[in-house]
Write a protein that binds this ligand. Structure first.
Ligand code: ZN
Length: 496
């Protein structure tokens, strides 16, 4: 490494250590923090955020970057990656004036409380002025960074290289094929017996999901799983903190939440440990991250092959609770489809329709084709068109998600990109590793994880979202793999 690259790496890692402490505090806040200690935690987090920003915008980083940039094409390949990605991050942090950052923080806080109150009152009008201001901030942020398109910028923050135009094509294709497929699957549904899965002791659920996630390859020597209201995964390959939640009458929820978060954890644990905190040891973006969690949760853990191995263990662990349920009934419970108005409760088939809805709304808002005041009516019309359901009030319609209150536009599409990429990777890995089903049926995941480590995890941020998918699968992102997978998995179970 050149002296400039060595200095840059040291400074990036130093800032990243502070970020990791912030993340640990936030994990603790959601898992262990006593109820009356929130004010102290806010103080701790604010100071750390300030210290982290100071380190991440250290002028020394700018000097190292300038020195690296002066090397031009002479820089080694990894140094070019470092230079390109660190420059992007550094500019984003340094080009926004302190007043703008402070104003945004104040707005986020006020806007979050306004959203929570509006949602409780089921009244969008209370939240509308805050959404209007968040849209204004998003536009100003792009201007300050010298970027022409505010929505493209919002998308790029979550999935590098992905633009609104690209998503428009992708989602239009997905919508064309998925809407009729979802209708067919929903129309052919047979009642499932999920409700019969009750009285599963929480402690044994915890033991079982630890057994499963350790078998997938999660290293509990540098990570752990705890309980929180909403499952999440934070930390990095040095120390991963995952959470799940337990319900004695819904054992599949804790298990699949844990497998989902394990997919995120495996990605982080698979990044090159010596480069953690630098673009060579960081995840590409949210869409790729989500492709990892969804692949393990859905393609792998909802498959028949997977349960060939785990069903006897599941039954033995919880005997005699599954005695009245056949293997086929268990498989149907694991793959139940039920359209709902609420995104976070949606099944794998209809989930993507919730994202298409939000993308269409965001696009119209940013293009100025939709006034904020008209959002509920547009939302409800799209819900009817896509899901066949109309919200009775804004609480189960346009106010259900927290994202927009924090100005997190361009975030939702990542979930759907993740689903598309997961299906695309699934067909690629099956072609690359013949006999994968036999592996799953024998409880072996090392070949699959090894392939993901080489193809995705180990590459860090060397490639942008779609470049990476192309490098691994030989083609750009395409919705047809997801549509094929959903048809193959769900039509046979639903009268198809
Ligand atoms: Zn996730």
């Amino acid at each position: 490494m050149s002296p400039a690259a060595t200095a840059l790496v040291a400074d990036l890692k130093r800032a990243n250590v502070l970020a990791s402490v912030q993340s640990l505090l936030s994990w603790d806040e959601q898992v262990y923090l006593p109820s009356d200690s929130a004010a102290r935690r806010a103080e701790q987090s604010a100071l750390l955020a300030e210290l982290h920003h100071r380190e991440a915008t250290n002028p020394r980083i700018g000097e190292s970057l300038a020195a690296l940039e002066s090397l031009g094409a002479d820089a080694a390949e990894d140094e070019r990656v470092l230079r390109r990605q660190a420059r992007k991050d550094y500019d984003r942090l340094t080009k926004l004036p302190a007043e703008f950052v402070a104003e945004k923080a104040r707005l986020d806080s006020a806007s979050y409380h306004a959203w929570a109150a509006a949602r409780a009152a089921r009244d969008f009008a209370q939240f509308a002025p805050f959404l209007e201001r968040q849209l204004g901030m998003a536009r100003r942020e792009a201007e300050l960074l010298g970027l022409a398109d505010a929505y493209d910028h919002a998308l790029d923050k979550h999935d590098p290289g992905i633009t609104a135009a690209r998503l428009e094509t992708l989602f239009a294709e997905l919508k064309r094929d998925l809407v009729p497929l979802a209708r067919r699957i929903v129309a052919g549904r047979v009642p499932d017996r999920r409700a019969a899965l009750c009285g599963f002791p929480v402690e044994q659920q915890g033991e079982f999901l630890r057994e499963v996630t350790a078998a997938l390859g999660f290293d509990y020597g540098r990570g752990r799983i705890d309980v929180s209201l909403h499952p999440f995964c934070s930390g990095d390959g040095h120390d991963i903190r995952m959470t799940t939640r337990f319900d004695a009458d819904n054992p599949l929820d804790s298990l699949f939440s844990a497998i989902h978060e394990t997919g995120h954890g495996l990605y982080e644990q698979g990044l090159a440990r010596e480069w953690i905190g630098t673009p060579l040891g960081e995840a590409v973006g949210m869409g790729i991250h989500e492709s990892q969690s969804r692949l393990w949760e859905n393609q792998v853990a909802r498959s028949r092959a997977f349960w060939q191995f785990w069903e006897p263990r599941f039954r033995a662990r919880f005997a005699p609770r599954l005695d009245g349920m056949s293997s086929e009934e268990l498989h149907r419970a694991i793959n139940a489809v039920q359209p709902t108005l609420i995104r976070v409760d949606a099944d794998e088939v209809t989930y993507n329709l919730h994202i298409i809805l939000r993308f269409e709304i965001e696009q119209r808002l940013f293009r100025g084709e939709l006034a904020v005041a008209d959002l509920p009516a547009t939302w409800n019309a799209l819900a009817q068109e896509l899901l066949g359901l109309t919200p009775a009030h804004d609480g189960e319609g346009c106010l259900q998600d927290v994202h927009w209150s924090g100005g997190a536009f361009g975030y939702f599409p990542s979930y759907c990109l993740g689903n598309m990429i997961a299906a695309q990777l699934w067909y690629a890995v099956r072609a690359a590793l013949p006999g994968l089903d036999e592996d799953l049926a024998a409880g072996r995941f090392d070949r699959l994880l090894g392939w993901l480590r080489t193809q995705i995890h180990g590459r860090g941020r060397r490639l942008e979202t779609e470049e990476l998918v192309r490098a691994v699968t030989g083609e750009g992102i395409s919705s047809r793999h997801l549509v094929r997978y959903l048809g193959e998995r769900y039509l046979p179970l639903n009268g198809g």
